[in-house]
Design a protein around this ligand. Sequence first.
Ligand code: CP
Length: 341
Amino acid sequence: MNFTGAHILSINQFQREDVDRVFAVADKMEPYALRKRVTRVLEGAILGNMFFEASTRTRVSFGSAFNLLGGEVRETAGFENSALVKGESLQDTARVLSGFSDVICMRHPEAGSVADFAAASRVPVLNGGDGANEHPTQALLDLYTIRKEMSDKGRDIDGLSVAMIGDLRHGRTVHSLSKLLLLYNDIRVVLISPKELTLPDSIVESMRAAGVDVTVSHELTQSIADVDIAYSTRIQEERFSSKQEADLYRGKFRLNQAIYTQYCQPNTVIMHPLPRDSRKDANELDSDLDDNPNLAIFRQTDNGVLVRMALFALVLDVADKVDDFSHDVHWYNSRQSPSNS
Ligand code: CP
């Protein structure tokens, strides 16, 4: 894949060597993400960060990643603050905003909308989540986290068993992560969801065609007994026709410390793209897991900045120049290591 000037819209664009390239650049970003050093390699560049659906992590980590490379961020959040509410098309919005920006990140509630926007954009567009379709940068940071967590345990991505738990029908992060895992060898995936919320058949078929050993399950405890990674997800309430419909599925597959201790292997890594739904009736990942050293959820969010810095550096063709525009920091810095949570 030629990253320079490319839109990043789907995991379908990636081969294994492309993922390796992103991860190698992400590794080099750590001193900058930790503020041990400062780089100004993207000085003068502008990110248009356009989020037409709620977001905390993706929006802020894209912005932080761009700032950490020395660029500036202009944000639009919510339809109500854009001319889309006046009837402007996404394509016209793309034509206008790509005149103001050097790269654009976008989240939108409709599947395919970010690709439609990108087709009219004059600058690269990164998909920050398009409806229930895909969230490619989340999948890259998830796999980057898996690689780091397993490498600490002397393992590689090849040969892993991964359980994906929750709303697999609407969860765009599991769609993208499933597509990414099929690039690796000897992968076993256990798909744990209510019967009505299974992973789309097309994705299951592509995984099986690529040699992934896929098991579908509708119960939690026995299904997580022998996995390396337990990847929990939220019921995606915003994709249902009503809150009442989402309520039918909420709280069905709760993972807590007692279940973890009884059923999981002692080193099973617990992941979640976040936000986790911490309301009483949901609570798919209990806060009593917060002291469990295998809970990687906040390491995932930290890693998101590294991976997004890498994507910006590759798309804007500065990956090999980051250190040339760098210097030490001179202020007190309490952020010396990634989150241990
Ligand atoms: N994981 C994720 O997409 O989180 P946000 O919705 O907060 O961006």
